[in-house]
Design a protein around this ligand. Structure first.
Ligand SMILES: [Zn+2]
Length: 80
């Protein structure tokens, strides 16, 4: 029986998460076109915290994507 876990590194917090088989902890952030760990996804449900901003803006720049409009608190949305 194959029981290899598929581990990925969260681009936001740097932690490893499992995405298969059976456990799927990666979450897609549309707009940024990235998969992040469940913790980052759930903890930033209303918008990204300021510590994640630098990383996310660098990811967008690398992809040539215009940063999204910030919400009324001045933070980047989780998806856009
Ligand atoms: Zn994370």
């Amino acid at each position: 029986m194959l029981n290899k876990k598929f581990m990925f590194k969260c681009p936001v917090c740097g932690n490893e998460y499992q995405h298969g088989p059976q456990i799927y902890e990666g979450r897609t952030c549309s707009g940024y076109d990235i998969e992040v760990c469940e913790t980052c996804y759930d903890c930033n449900w209303d918008s990204w915290n300021s510590e994640a901003e630098e990383t996310l803006l660098a990811i967008l720049e690398e992809k040539g994507t215009e940063p999204p409009e910030r919400n009324d608190k001045g933070f980047l949305p989780r998806n856009f």
